[in-house]
Design a protein. Structure first.
Length: 121
C-alpha cells in the first residue's frame, strides 16, 4: 500500500493528477491502507490527510501542500535507496535500515504559521 500511496502523491507532485484526484483516491483507499497494517503507509496517509484538512480549512495554501507532498515522496525515495533492494527481493534487515526507517516514522508534524505584517510610516 505504501508504494501505491507514494505513486499517487508523486502523481500530484509532478502534475499527472489533480488535487481532487488525490483527495478522491485517498478517500476511496483509506480503509484499505488501514486494513493493510502497513505502519509506514498508515502514517503517510494520516500525514497527507492532515495536510489536506489544513489545506481545505485555509491553514496552509496549495503551494505548501505541494511542498509537503514533495518532501514525503523524496524522503520515501531516500529511505528506499538507502536501504537497498525493494520488498520483492530477499534481504535481511540491518541496523542502518532500522535507523533510517525509525527516523522517517518518528518525525513530528510540521506546523506552519503565517505572519502578516505591514509597514507603518
Amino acid at each position: 500500500m505504501l508504494h501505491q500511496l507514494l505513486s499517487e502523491a508523486d502523481g500530484y507532485v509532478v502534475g499527472r493528477h489533480t488535487l481532487e484526484h488525490l483527495e478522491t483516491w485517498l478517500l476511496i483507499h483509506l480503509q484499505d491502507i488501514l486494513d493493510s497494517k502497513d505502519k509506514q503507509a498508515i502514517r503517510l496517509a494520516n500525514s497527507i490527510d492532515a495536510d489536506l484538512i489544513q489545506l481545505n480549512e485555509g491553514i496552509i495554501d496549495e503551494e505548501t501542500f505541494h511542498d509537503r507532498l514533495q518532501a514525503y515522496v523524496r524522503l520515501a525515495e531516500t529511505v528506499s535507496n538507502s536501504i537497498g533492494p525493494g520488498p520483492d527481493s530477499t534481504s535481511s534487515t540491518d541496523a542502518r535500515t532500522e535507523q533510517v526507517t525509525a527516523h522517517w516514522e518518528d518525525r513530528p508534524p510540521v506546523v506552519d504559521y503565517r505572519l502578516d505584517y505591514e509597514w507603518v510610516a
